[in-house]
Write a protein that binds this ligand. Structure first.
Ligand code: SF4
Length: 374
């Protein structure tokens, strides 16, 4: 079958499978894409995500990842939320999980669908294909922009005229020469809402994100102690931050996803922090089964929950916080101390410190006890 008929079939099947947007770009990377990535890495904007630097060459150029690649079919899946995520920030006694993570891990859902589409295209054309969903060094957002699915907004994420901020992206690389789609014009105009809303000023300039100042980085990727200056800004966020995505005016055209496999799980929608503080590791694994939260691991989850609890103003959580003061991970102990310092009065905190400090030997934890009492 010729490639245009196969593409027609693929697009038709993609819609049936639940994909919302599709476009094609050439596999040879425009030089500006490489330069932008290189500059961000040189400036250290990748923070502790060293794999971004280690894979720079393959990430910047699809033909280094796979020399035979000639075209890339980009697909987007709508995961539009039912309500405005900004409203959830006010629910101080609840754990706020990023919209994308309140459901089954999209990688698993989308990968199977992409494989089916790629298999269909390969069978009809005899072309070679490879499928990627955030699983290999692939720059999904610039590729999606080049394929006409939207544009990279001033927050650097993809903005769609039809789906706003809420598209999961996947890619099919192929050795077939395919007609490229027309890229969309960048349409942010004079808007700076995403830059202005950021609680930690993580955008040094429009179109550039510094992960070293990003709450999504600290809650999801960072290992170890959350730096002090980011704890209060975390608010009730326990996994990710959607602020820059949620305020985009283009979301007015977005619709709630109707994809049953991407349905939001009730247990991941604003769970009570007091319940999360009591969750043991088995409970954590059960609650986060097959979701993006699972890869956080129990200790980092507790670390984040304790900080959110410290920001809650709810003194009723103090007893549960205390149970984590002897956790084996110093980052959890530091979060517990910091949270207790937010909720106890000075005398109560000092009494607790005097009881606990004799058993502590970790220098960071000792420092937290001293700082918290100051
Ligand atoms: Fe562009 Fe405004 Fe959306 Fe940011 S919030 S991506 S500046 S339109």
């Amino acid at each position: 079958m010729d490639t245009s008929s196969a593409l027609f079939l693929l697009a038709d099947r993609a819609r049936t499978l639940g994909f919302s947007a599709i476009g094609i770009t050439r596999a040879d990377a425009p030089p500006e894409r490489k330069h932008r990535l290189h500059e961000a890495l040189e400036r250290g904007h990748h923070a502790g995500m060293d794999w971004l630097k280690d894979t720079e060459a393959r990430r910047a150029d699809p033909q280094i990842l796979w020399p035979d690649a000639r075209s890339i079919i980009m697909l987007g899946t709508n995961y539009g939320p039912a309500t405005d995520p900004m409203e959830d920030l006010a629910r101080k006694d609840r754990g706020n999980i990023s919209v994308y993570a309140r459901r089954q891990d999209y990688h698993e859902v989308i990968k199977g669908r992409l494989k089916e589409l790629a298999g269909l295209f390969a069978a009809k054309t005899g072309s070679e294909v490879k499928v990627f969903v955030d699983t290999a060094p692939v720059m999904e957002k610039p590729l999606a922009e080049a394929a006409g699915l939207g544009w990279q907004g001033k927050h650097s994420a993809l903005v769609s005229r039809t789906f706003g901020s809420w598209l999961f992206l996947g890619a099919i690389y192929t050795d077939a020469e395919l007609p490229a789609s027309t890229p969309q014009k960048e349409s942010c105009g004079k808007c700076t809402k995403c830059l202005d809303v950021c609680p930690t000023d993580a955008f040094p300039e429009p179109f550039k994100l510094n992960a070293r100042k990003c709450l999504a980085y600290y809650s999801n990727e960072h290992h170890g102690i959350i730096p002090r200056e980011y704890r209060a800004p975390m608010g009730n966020r326990i996994f990710g931050c959607d602020d820059c995505l949620a305020v985009c005016p283009w979301n007015k055209f977005a619709e709630q996803t109707r994809d049953a496999k991407l349905a939001v799980r009730d247990r991941l929608t604003l769970p009570k922090l007091k319940d999360l503080l009591r969750l043991d590791e088995t409970g954590f694994k059960e609650m986060t089964r097959a979701t993006p939260l699972r890869r956080l691991g129990y200790a980092r989850f507790l670390r984040n929950v304790l900080i959110a609890a410290g920001n809650s103003g709810e003194a009723g959580m103090v007893d549960s916080m205390r149970t984590h003061l002897d956790h084996s991970d110093p980052a959890v102990r530091v979060s517990a101390i910091w949270a207790l310092a937010q909720l106890l009065d000075k005398a109560g905190f000092s009494a607790l410190r005097d009881q606990a400090i004799g058993c502590e030997s970790d220098p960071d934890v000792l420092d937290e006890w001293r700082t918290g009492a100051a």
